[in-house]
Design a protein around this ligand. Structure first.
Ligand SMILES: NC(=O)c1ccc[n+]([C@@H]2O[C@H](COP(=O)([O-])OP(=O)(O)OC[C@H]3O[C@@H](n4cnc5c(N)ncnc54)[C@H](OP(=O)(O)O)[C@@H]3O)[C@@H](O)[C@H]2O)c1
Length: 326
């Protein structure tokens, strides 16, 4: 079986290997991978002294999609289309950058009608985080005004812009990639702003209240800027840390504007949450052309360059991995 191995037993090596197919226990599911996708976390897992990888040697890939090959669960008959993601996939045990993957039942989502394994990897873990962010905002009440999306040209950001627009909201895309402007407008952004325009009045504790909601996958100073510029009662759904894990803010946005900071996680999310996300995606995706969200499709051999591009923040949308391609 061909797979992308990350090996830091000594010096870090990342390379395609041809090894034995994986074996499974009775509580696990064997999946033939037809598609995988490249996520920011994959780039972190393939770094030397990685903060997220919990073992020196494993097959990378935090998500994958394909069909069930073998399972003891009657709801997962051979041929069932599934997505595999979350838990320790690609960080503490072998992941989806391979022709086959074995995972515990809890990490498997049966794909709803209308969502193919290819669609599922265009969405990927990034898209699930985007969907979870949108639902976190919608669950609080009507989004009456502009909804900010940070890191808009990346995986989570571009899916969030797409999903917000498809669900009738008014996404404003914040990006550090001026070249992505027209592409983001085509994805449904009502307007595109620079990273520095998220927040104003730096000399005061609070900026102008602007955003009826926000989807943030950037963290750090960006998230702090979002918090001080939310409209009264608005929320920001925070899922990521590409600009850093620290958050330096004040309590003023919370105690004078009643804003909320809502954490988003899809990695450890229970089955019921995952099912709701896929259900909502199945309802929303038919009205969207997701093909332009694919930046490119690559073979396993091209992963080092793709992971480097993700690390540099120069990927527009999603990179898909075809493990059968040479
Ligand atoms: N909580 C969860 O369950 C969950 C699930 C999936 C992903 N995540 C997290 O979400 C984050 C984004 O993941 P992704 O796969 O969407 O990554 P990605 O495709 O690399 O996108 C990140 C985007 O952030 C912007 N950016 C990059 N570096 C930046 C910096 N230093 N300052 C400000 N903006 C910067 C860039 O967009 P622009 O050029 O357009 O600004 C970039 O495209 C990661 O931290 C990931 O771990 C969390």
């Amino acid at each position: 079986m061909r797979a992308f191995l990350i090996d830091e037993t000594d010096d870090l090596r990342c390379e395609v290997v041809d090894g034995a197919p994986p074996s499974r226990s009775s509580s696990e599911v064997l999946v033939a991978v037809t598609w995988s996708g490249v996520n920011f976390k994959d780039a972190m897992a393939a770094e030397a002294h990685s903060r997220v990888r919990r073992t020196p040697r494993l097959i990378g890939g935090v998500d994958a999609a394909g069909v069930v090959v073998a399972s003891d669960d009657p709801s997962l008959a051979p041929g069932t289309p599934v997505a595999v993601h979350g838990g320790g996939l690609g960080v503490s045990r072998d992941g989806g950058f391979a022709e086959q993957v074995v995972a515990p039942r809890e990490w498997i989502s049966v794909l709803p009608d209308g969502v193919s394994p290819h669609d599922a990897m265009v969405v990927g873990t990034a898209g699930l985080a985007a969907m979870a962010s949108v639902l976190a905002l919608e669950d609080r009440g009507p989004l009456d005004g502009e909804v900010l999306v940070t890191g808009a040209s990346g995986g989570v950001g571009s899916l969030a812009v797409t999903l917000l627009a498809a669900r009738g909201h008014r996404p404003v895309a914040s990006t550090g990639s001026p070249d992505a402007r027209d592409w983001l407008i085509a994805r449904g952004a009502t307007r595109v702003i620079g990273r520095e325009e998220i927040s104003d009045r730096p000399e005061r504790v609070l900026g102008t209240p602007r955003w009826a909601g926000a989807v943030d996958c950037v963290g750090g100073a960006t998230l702090a800027g979002v918090l001080r510029s939310l409209a009264y009662g608005a929320a920001v759904a925070a899922s990521g840390l590409v600009a850093g894990p620290e958050l330096s803010t004040t309590v003023y946005p919370f105690i004078t504007r009643g804003v909320a900071l809502v954490g988003v996680d899809v990695v450890e999310a229970p089955t019921a949450v995952r099912e709701r996300l896929w259900h909502e995606l199945a309802l929303t995706l038919p009205s969207v052309d997701i093909t332009p969200l694919i930046e490119r499709t690559i073979a396993l051999e091209e992963l080092p360059a793709a992971l480097d591009a993700v690390r540099k923040g120069i990927v527009r949308g999603r990179i898909l991995v075809d493990p059968a391609a040479h």
